[in-house]
Design a protein. Structure first.
Lengths: 361, 361
C-alpha cells in the first residue's frame, strides 16, 4: 500500500525533497538523548538562527510538530489572559493566527484585509496606536493567497508602541528574503517542508531576547518554552524527538547554506517570474498585484467556466503533478502553485504549465 | 555530521526499527491531502483500533507529535476547568500526567505511590469514591520504574462512579497485553517508537464513544479533537502531516499484524524473562517485585559502589549499545533496559548482558 510512483509536489507544500535529504532519513537511528543527535541539534540551532537572521541571544530550535505547532508554540508562550493582540487577517493563516491568540486567552483586535492583497500597514498602525497592544501578529507569506505582507512597516509601529511583533514565516523561510534582525521581528515560526526542503514534522521557531523577556506562563506542556529550552539547550529530557526528521532538516539546512540564502532567494524569484511568463502564454494570471506577490507560492486565477477540480485531478492522474486548491473564500477561484525548496526550478515551471495547457485543451 | 555507525537502542525508547520500517521512510513523498496518503491514514485508523482493542465507534488516529503530544491531546480534550481528576502518581510519567491535567484547568487529586511498585487500586478507589471525580488518569506501563499498574481494577471503580478512565499506554501498546474494550478504558494514548517499532514523531490515540461524548471545548488548536477528526475522517485540512512518519508507522503496524499481537506480547514476555535470568547470573536484580514488572522496560538496580554513568558510557562507546538512566528520585539508582518492538530478541539480551558484565570487570 506504500506509494511506488513519484509525485511532483507543486502545491502549497510539502515541496519536493532532494535525493540527499530523502536518503538522510535512513541514517542509523539515534535516541533523543544520544550525544550524536544532541550535537546535530546544537548545530541546527545555529543554522536556524542564521536562516532566520535572528539577533544575537535568540533562542532558535525546532518544535516537534508541523508548522501549526510552531504557530501554537509561539502564541502559547507570548499570549495569555490580560494580553492585547492586534492580528492581521487577510488570508486563511492570518485567521488561524488570530483564532489561536484568542484560544490562549489574549484579547484580539483583528485588522481585516482583502484576500489577495497585502495589508495596508497604516491600517495596522492605527489599530496598534488605538491600544492597548502587547503583541502584533502577522503572516509574512500568506500561503492561502500568495501575498507578502509588509512586516517591516508593521513591526516599526509595533516597536514604537512597545509591542512585540510575531511573524508567520511558514512560506517564506528559505525562499523569500527574511531578516528578523533588520525587520525588527521579535518572534517567528516556520515549517520544514516548504522553502527549506525537508519533509514536514518539525517547526523552526525563533524567540529573540526581547520576546524571551516578555514570555508568559505557558499553559501547554508540549509547547512550553522553558521546558523546550531545557531540552534543546540544557539537554534535559522533555520529549522523544524524531531522529529521522532531525537528519532530514539538518541535511536540508546544509543544502541551504551550500547554496547560500541569497542565491536561494534569487532562484525562487527567477523561477517565480518564469512561471508568471509561462502562465501569461496560457492567458492565465495571478490573483495578487505584482508588488504583493510571493515567489514561493503562486495564486493563479481559475478562468471563468473552468472546472478547477477537474484540472487538478487531470494534473494528478495524468501528469503525477500536485497543485493546490483555494482555501476559504478562494475555494474554486484559484489554484495554488508552489515552487519552493528544491522544487523551485525552471524545469518544473515547464512541466506544470505544459500540463495545465494540456488539461485545458 | 550524520551518524554513520549503528547503535543498538536498548534504552527506554526509541526502540530499534526494522530494516523494512527504516526503508519505508524513503517511499516517494506525498502531500498531506494526497489520495494515496489519505488511503493509508484510513487504513491506519483501523489498524490502531485493532492494536488498542478499542470498542466499536472509537476514534483512533495518530497525533503529529511524540508520545507527550498524545498525552496532551487526550488531556486537552477531556479535562478542563470544572472537571475533577484523580491521577495516579507512582513514577515520572504519572507526575507528568497529573501536572498536565492541572495545566488544562482540572482540579487534580493525586494518589501517590512508591516509585517501583504498582499502585494499590484500593487507594485509587478511595480517592474516586471520595469524589467528585470526572476523570481517572493512570499510566499503564510506567517507563520510569518498569512497573505495570492495575488499570482494570481502577477503571472498574471509575466506571462504577461514572468517571472516565484515561490510560497512558506509551510503553505498553504493541508490547504488553492491552485491551481497551475488556479493561473498560475510555481514552488512551501511546507513541510510535516503542512497542510498535517505528521512529518517534507520531502518537497513536484512542477516544472511545464514551470519551467522545464527554469531551470538553479544547483550548489548544493543534490538539483539538474536532479539528483532528475533521482531518483524519472528513479530510479537511488541519496540518501538514509528515508522510515519511506515516509510511514508517504504517509499515510497523503491518509488521505487528503479521506477527500477531498475542505472539508479539509473548515474545516480549519471553525476552523479558530471558533478561531477568541473564541479569541474575551477573548478580543484578530488578527494582519492581515480580508481579509488577513490565516486559518491555526493565528497571535494573545499580549495585552499591557502581558508577552507573560510567557503565552506560562504556556500553555506548565500547559496544554501541544504549541503555537508559533513572529519572527523578531514581536517578543514579537504576539502569533502564528496554527490549521493545523489533529490539525484543534473545540476541539483544545476550549482547546487553555481556556488555554489562564486561563493563563491571
Amino acid at each position: 500500500m506504500l506509494p511506488t510512483t513519484d509525485r511532483l509536489l507543486l502545491g502549497p507544500g510539502p515541496s519536493p525533497v532532494s535525493k540527499r535529504v530523502l536518503a538522510s532519513l535512513t541514517t542509523p537511528m539515534r535516541s533523543h538523548l544520544d550525544p550524536d543527535l544532541l550535537a546535530m541539534m546544537d548545530d541546527m540551532r545555529e543554522r536556524l538562527a542564521r536562516a532566520f537572521h535572528a539577533p544575537e541571544g535568540s533562542l532558535c530550535f525546532a518544535v516537534s510538530g508541523t508548522g501549526s505547532s510552531g504557530m501554537e508554540a509561539v502564541v502559547a508562550n507570548l499570549a495569555g489572559p490580560g494580553k492585547h493582540a492586534v492580528a492581521v487577517v487577510n488570508g486563511y493563516f492570518g485567521d488561524r493566527l488570530a483564532s489561536m491568540l484568542s484560544r490562549y486567552g489574549a484579547t484580539v483586535t483583528r485588522v481585516d484585509g482583502e484576500w489577495g492583497k497585502a495589508i495596508d500597514p497604516a491600517a495596522v498602525g492605527r489599530a496598534i496606536e488605538a491600544g492597548p497592544c502587547d503583541l502584533v501578529a502577522v503572516v509574512h507569506a500568506e500561503t492561502s493567497t500568495g501575498v507578502r505582507n509588509p512586516i517591516e512597516a508593521i513591526s516599526r509601529t509595533a516597536r514604537a508602541n512597545d509591542a512585540l511583533t510575531i511573524v508567520d514565516a511558514v512560506t517564506s523561510l528559505g525562499a523569500m528574503p527574511l531578516d528578523l534582525t533588520a525587520a525588527g521581528i521579535d518572534a517567528a515560526y516556520s515549517c520544514s517542508q516548504k522553502g527549506l526542503g525537508a519533509p514536514s514534522g518539525l517547526a523552526p521557531v525563533a524567540f529573540t531576547p526581547r520576546a524571551i523577556e516578555r514570555r508568559v506562563p505557558c499553559r501547554s506542556f508540549y509547547f512550553d518554552l522553558g521546558l523546550l529550552e531545557d531540552y534543546w539547550v540544557r539537554r534535559k529530557y522533555h520529549h522523544t524527538i524524531s531522529a529521522p526528521l532531525i537528519y532530514a532538516l539538518h541535511t536540508a539546512l546544509t543544502e541551504v547554506e551550500e547554496e547560500g540564502l541569497k542565491s536561494r532567494w534569487h532562484r525562487h524569484e527567477a523561477v517565480h517570474h518564469g512561471l508568471v511568463e509561462a502562465l501569461e502564454r496560457l492567458s492565465l494570471s495571478l490573483l495578487p498585484p505584482d508588488a504583493d506577490r510571493l515567489w514561493s507560492l503562486n495564486a493563479v486565477r481559475v478562468p471563468d467556466g473552468t472546472d478547477e477540480a477537474a484540472v487538478r485531478k487531470h494534473l494528478l492522474q495524468r501528469h503525477n503533478i500536485e497543485i493546490g486548491a483555494g482555501l476559504g473564500p478562494l475555494a474554486g477561484k484559484i489554484w495554488r502553485i508552489g515552487l519552493m525548496g528544491s522544487g523551485a526550478t525552471i524545469e518544473n515551471v515547464v512541466r506544470v504549465t505544459q500540463a495545465l495547457g494540456d488539461a485545458r485543451t
